[in-house]
Design a protein around this ligand. Structure first.
Ligand code: FA5
Length: 341
């Protein structure tokens, strides 16, 4: 028995020296100090030994156990240090490396132009009024003097939903009726920004989805001079004093008289290019005095109130502003383009 105990001691110590992880250490503890280990068994069997052998064997087994326990504790410290070293190696960070810069997002160029438009009109007393993109045929057309078979509907062909009479708005003008019905009989000064949709061919200057900013002023003594003054002032503030503005007679069923507003082309400076269709001018808005019937549809008495309205295209305004010769860049999600603004 004594010989066996001394064999075990040698084997255990040799095995412990090779242990280099906490898992291996745990296995070693089970093998040499666990319930089924030789030392535990030896201590338990002392009672069956002849009485004269008991003190010697008992002392030797007990001493071996103490020695193994002490060695285990020592090895635990060594293995812990080893594991820490290993973890430090694996998770090493080179604090001298330059950091990875966080890429900052930015506002889409159209959003930037919209914010600029809001602030110019805010200074003139216009507040932003939100109207839905999914509209009724009644508001988008009928209450704007476009009954079902009106030929001017062709200019504003749109996308229809499966629900009868519900469509994607072709312009922000239906918002005029909504604003009038909400504010009547008070005077109004609002702009209505948002997306509009058209069923038409996509080209360098026309998209099937684009933005508009509608403007509407209703009051007791509003005239065409107010409209021209507001739009001229707007164009100068946005593009600078040197930019030329011109008004052309036009036709819209919901304004009378009507006009179109052009700004001299910033891309070619009036010489002619594909964006201005070689005319030197880019149309940025339709406008006019609100038609008496439209005022009535909004709840106002046209004998007491007059008003002006305009609908401008911020996409084209942005093209002029930044010298972009194709509207499709705005919606192609190309970061090489978008990151420039
Ligand atoms: C209208 O939509 C009228 N509702 C504007 C209006 C409002 C007139 C109030 C009178 C009173 P028009 O279809 O011309 O009009 O569009 C207005 C502006 O939107 C144009 O001047 C142009 O700048 C822009 N626009 C029109 N079609 C497109 C398109 N396919 N892509 C990009 N911009 C467009």
């Amino acid at each position: 028995m004594l010989e066996q105990l001394s064999d075990i001691r040698e084997r255990a110590m040799a095995a412990l020296a090779a242990v280099d992880s906490l898992t291996a250490l745990d296995a070693w503890r089970t093998e040499y100090l666990g319930k089924k280990s030789f030392v535990t068994a030896a201590l338990k069997s002392i009672g069956q030994l002849p009485p004269e052998d008991r003190p010697v064997v008992g002392k030797a087994a007990h001493e071996l156990r103490l020695a193994l326990e002490a060695a285990l504790e020592e090895a635990r410290q060594r293995v812990l240090a080893l594991e820490q070293e290993r973890a430090a190696q694996a998770e090493r960070v080179d604090v001298t490396l330059p950091g990875r810069p966080a890429t900052l997002g930015r506002l889409h160029p159209i959003t930037q132009i919209l914010y600029e438009i809001y602030s110019i009109f805010a200074e003139m007393g216009f507040q932003v009024y939100d109207a839905p993109e999914v509209e009724t045929d009644e508001l988008n057309f009928q209450l704007l003097n476009l009954p079902p078979d009106h030929p001017a509907r062709d200019m504003w062909s749109t996308f229809y939903t499966t629900r009868d009479g519900i469509l994607l708005r072709t312009h922000t003008s239906p918002g005029q009726i909504r604003a009038m019905r909400q504010f009547c009989p008070e005077p109004i000064r609002v702009i209505l920004p948002g997306r509009v949709y058209r069923y038409e061919a996509v080209t360098a200057r026309s998209e099937s989805m684009f933005h508009q900013v509608e403007g509407l002023a209703v009051g007791p003594r509003i005239t065409m001079a107010d409209l021209k003054g507001v739009l001229t002032d707007f164009a100068r503030r946005l593009y600078g004093e040197h930019r030329q503005v011109r008004f052309r007679c036009s036709y819209f069923p919901f304004t009378e008289p009507s006009m179109e507003v052009d700004v001299s082309c910033a891309l070619c400076d009036g010489a002619g290019c594909r964006v201005c269709k070689h005319t030197g001018w880019v149309e940025i808005a339709g406008a006019g005095m609100v038609h008496p019937q439209v005022l009535r549809n909004g709840g106002y008495d046209p004998e007491q109130f007059t008003g002006f309205a305009f609908g401008m295209g911020p996409d084209r305004i942005a093209m002029l502003r930044y010298g972009i010769d194709d509207i499709r860049y705005f919606y192609s999600d190309d970061l090489r383009f978008l990151a420039q603004f």
